[in-house]
Design a protein around this ligand. Structure first.
Ligand code: SAH
Length: 362
């Protein structure tokens, strides 16, 4: 599982707009202490955005501006306090209030609508929700020990916790679905999936990626593989894409085995959830069922050297706190793949931060 997101539209945008928007406030322009203070308080701004997402404020404004009183009634909130929330968010450019006090959408508020293309509503609710807060609240434990913070908070792994808390699991799945809407077009642009007879998506969730690839390649067949309770939810996605007859859904455990019969295998946003030892088990299970020379396509973040901003480094910390796992550099991907009987043929960046790592079975 992953809590991936688009950098440009998420964390960066919020923190850079934390206070008055003058160039003096931009990191590198104002006094360092002002830039630092802005970074330090940006988590609170993210929390405020997530409250608006949780209340569905943007959805209520999709038909046009409304008074705070009306919004308070519709969201079941305390009007003067909602007004204070919205005043703060307007100072970030998220919603705007006119002279009459009516609140409307702005370009930064529109992606908070549930039905916006590539909606960020689920991402915002997830970032401000209890699981991510408990994980990142325990980051000091993770940094001291190298272990995930979630087991300390919940007494169990994130997977076990989600299995017992269906409403939190649903939020993760909503986030994966909308995240996929943003990532999949970029992946199809970056990599040519033509010529693959049967493609197996390992840890494929509800099948959004496989559906998009097969829709673009009419002769292709697919096998969707994930945990039994996850693939159980895939039928509507496959039916909506008209692919129920070309995609077989299989429930199982990637640590036990991976379905045979693929000409190529794709694994997206899965291996970063696991440490090297666990990731090697998954890769070896693919190696066992793939013919020599066959392709494995890993779609994951690749961490680049240097100090330039890169979203993968933030996601890496979240992976540490949530799972005790990691994002990987080119050298780390190569070492992991080589140890499991693959060599890297090429790494193709996409415009969605993720890269396609094409590996060939030795
Ligand atoms: N590939 C999808 C989902 C990534 S989330 C996407 O990019 O959106 C990671 C996926 O791994 C989840 O769907 C989760 O159910 C699956 N997963 C986790 N543990 C698994 C296991 N032991 N066996 C099979 N799938 C597993």
């Amino acid at each position: 599982m992953t809590v991936d997101m688009d950098t440009d539209r998420a964390s960066g945008a919020v923190s850079r707009r934390g206070t008055k928007r003058t160039t003096a406030d931009e990191p590198g322009h104002g006094p360092p202490s002002a830039a630092l203070a802005q970074i330090m308080t940006s988590g609170l701004a993210a929390q405020a955005v997530s409250v608006a997402a949780e209340l569905g404020v943007a959805d209520l404004l999709s038909e046009g501006p409304r008074s705070v009183g009306e919004l308070a009634q519709q969201t079941g909130t305390h009007a003067p306090s909602l007004q204070r929330l919205l005043r703060f968010l307007a100072s970030l450019g998220i919603f705007a209030q006119d002279e009459r006090g009516h609140v409307g959408l702005t370009p930064l508020a529109a992606p908070l609508c549930a039905d916006a293309p590539g909606s960020l509503q689920a991402l915002s609710r997830l970032m401000g929700g209890p699981v991510v807060r408990h994980a990142m609240g325990g980051l000091v434990h993770s940094v001291r020990t190298g272990e995930a913070a979630i087991p300390q908070a919940y007494g169990m792994s994130l997977w076990a916790y989600l299995a017992q808390h269906p409403e939190q699991a649903a939020l993760f799945n909503d986030h994966f679905t909308t995240q996929s809407e943003r990532q999949i077009p970029a992946i199809l642009e970056a990599y040519d999936f033509a010529g693959i007879g049967t493609l197996v998506d390992v840890g494929g969730g509800h099948g959004a990626l496989l559906s998009a690839i097969l829709s673009a390649h009419p002769g292709q067949h697919g096998i969707l593989y994930d945990q039994p309770d996850v693939v159980a939810g895939a039928a509507p996605v496959l039916a909506a894409a008209g692919l129920a007859d070309r995609i077989t859904a299989r429930g199982g455990d990637v640590f036990a085995s991976v379905p045979e019969g693929g000409d190529a295998y794709v694994i997206k946003n899965v291996l970063h959830n696991w440490d090297d030892e666990q990731a090697s088990v998954i890769l070896s299970n693919v190696q066992r069922v793939l013919r020599p020379g066959g392709r494995l396509l890993l779609i994951e973040h690749v961490i680049h050297p240097g100090n330039a901003p890169q979203y993968g480094t933030l996601l890496d910390l979240m992976m540490l706190a949530l799972f005790g796992s990691r994002e990987r550099t080119v050298a780390e991907w190569e070492a992991l793949l080589n140890a499991s009987g693959f060599h890297v043929a090429q790494i193709l960046p996409t415009r969605a931060e993720l890269s396609v790592i094409e590996a060939i079975r030795a």
